[in-house]
Ligand binder design. Structure first.
Ligand code: TRP
Length: 449
């Protein structure tokens, strides 16, 4: 039994050391567990809600993709893709929008915070609120439900969104499932043990506090940031308190037990802050230097990154495309071809309850089966490049002209205009084959009312 784990990364910034320790590193570790089936994606549609600077969106997508790969994400094990490469996601978003209660979305924290701010400022409550911001949780629900994720690792601020995904998915199941649950109910996964790193000033490391340590930009930039870590004013030789030093906390997040113990002992014995910073730099440089080189190699080859992400999208769409097909079917967005056939069949009772069922192969080609009333397969068609060609053949068969049937061993084939269009199953013996040919002829003989 594998567990499907899925999470999105909004592509508006450049990952820093805090993102690495808090999200990227634990996600990569989790993806290596043998029972994990992990989906990681760049939430670039979500980024558009927060950012209208195309350069920044593009740069961030590139940097985040390179960061995850450089940090060791194995794309053969996981499914790694850009949200915007999966057209089924906005399509599902619309199906879900049509069942999501407006009242539910009114309660979303991010939207409510904007409204509160507007009201406080004496503005219209919805001033500056886009439909993107308002519908943010529906898009996120589509991300999650599209792949039937069971676990969704997120920060605390996102728990409500995962709950909304459950609500919306449940509503859809109830309305259209006819007893079948299309969507699995996702759970938010909050990793209590994951480090929230302190920034240079001791507050949580965050871009909004401008207190971050860059991750892969350069050794020099990392060193420079480390030199700005705020410490107390104890001089070299004076004992320091490791437990009240965020420099020590940062060190601990990357060090082995022994390294941590050693630094603790040395600080207690008066190691200078300058030396301690040097040790932190050494540690990070050792831990991350190789990944940094990978990162720059990847960033310099954006076309390779493009290929990797497109391959990931293809992998994801192998699930999304047929699943969305089922959902479209469920809400009533169905092909007219099949229903016309069904109508024609009942009208003329032409095929005595036998029916054509068309479907698409993974490679996009079209096929159909002819099933007897009891569901037994009478024919499986060859593949057709498009639905029109497949439809023309079923129509010709239904019209019941002279049938060109050729026995081949225990099976037979059906030919139209000199081309083989369908195969029978292989029967146990020739007599069974001949009986099947007889019932096929009967099934395909138009009957008068
Ligand atoms: N909203 C999430 C965040 O800002 C990113 C995200 C988008 C996401 N879609 C998702 C996370 C689906 C988990 C699952 O952090």
């Amino acid at each position: 039994m594998t567990t499907r784990i899925l999470t999105g990364i909004t592509t508006t910034g450049t990952p820093h050391l805090g993102n690495y320790a808090g999200a990227i590193r634990p996600a990569i570790v989790a993806s290596r567990q043998s029972d994990a089936d992990s989906f990681y994606f760049l939430a670039d549609y979500h980024a558009l809600i927060k950012c209208d600077d195309p350069q920044r969106i593009q740069r961030s997508r590139l940097e985040i993709a390179a960061t995850w790969l450089a940090a060791g994400l194995d794309v053969d094990r996981v499914t790694f893709y850009r949200q915007s490469d999966i057209p089924e996601i906005p399509e599902l978003t619309w199906l879900l929008t049509c069942v999501a209660g407006k009242g539910l979305l009114n309660r979303a924290h991010a939207y409510k915070a904007s409204v509160d701010k507007n009201v406080e400022a004496g503005e219209d409550p919805d001033a500056g609120v886009t439909m993107g911001l308002f519908s943010y949780p529906v898009l996120m629900a589509a991300d999650i439900l599209m792949f039937n994720a069971e676990q969704v690792p997120v920060g605390r601020d996102q728990i409500q969104h995962v709950e909304m995904a459950r609500d919306i998915g449940q509503r859809f199941n109830h309305l259209f499932g006819q007893g079948k649950a299309f969507f699995v109910m996702p759970e938010a996964l909050i990793e209590e043990s994951v480090a929230t790193l302190p920034g240079l000033d001791g507050r949580k490391m965050s871009k909004s506090y401008d207190n971050t340590i860059p991750l892969f930009s350069s050794a020099k930039a990392m060193k420079e940031a480390i030199s700005r870590i705020v410490t107390d004013s104890r001089l070299p030789g004076e004992p320091k308190d490791p437990d009240n030093s965020h420099l020590f906390t940062l060190y601990q997040a990357f060090a082995t037990q022994e390294q941590t113990q050693a630094l603790r002992a040395d600080l207690l014995q008066g190691l200078g802050w300058g030396d301690a910073k040097q040790r932190l730099f050494q540690l990070l440089d050792t831990e991350l230097g190789e990944a940094r080189e990978n990162y720059h190699r990847l960033i310099e080859r954006p076309a390779d990154l493009e290929d990797i992400l497109l391959a990931g999208a293809q992998k994801a769409r192998r699930i999304a495309t047929p699943f969305l097909g089922e959902l479209r079917e469920a809400v009533g967005l169905r092909s007219f071809r099949e229903s016309t056939q069904a109508v024609a069949a009942t009208k003329k009772k032409a095929v005595k309850g036998a029916r054509f069922v068309s479907f698409r192969e993974d490679d996009g080609s079209f096929r159909f089966r002819l099933l007897a009333a009891d569901g037994e397969q009478l024919l499986l068609s060859r593949t057709f490049a498009d639905g029109k060609a497949a439809g023309a053949v079923t129509k010709q068969l239904q019209q019941g002209g002279p049938l060109d049937i050729r026995s081949e061993g225990q099976a037979f084939t059906v030919w139209l205009d000199g081309a083989c269009v369908a195969d029978s199953p292989s029967y146990a013996e020739a007599t069974a084959r001949d009986a099947a040919i007889e019932s096929l002829r009967l099934a395909l003989t138009p009957q008068q009312d």
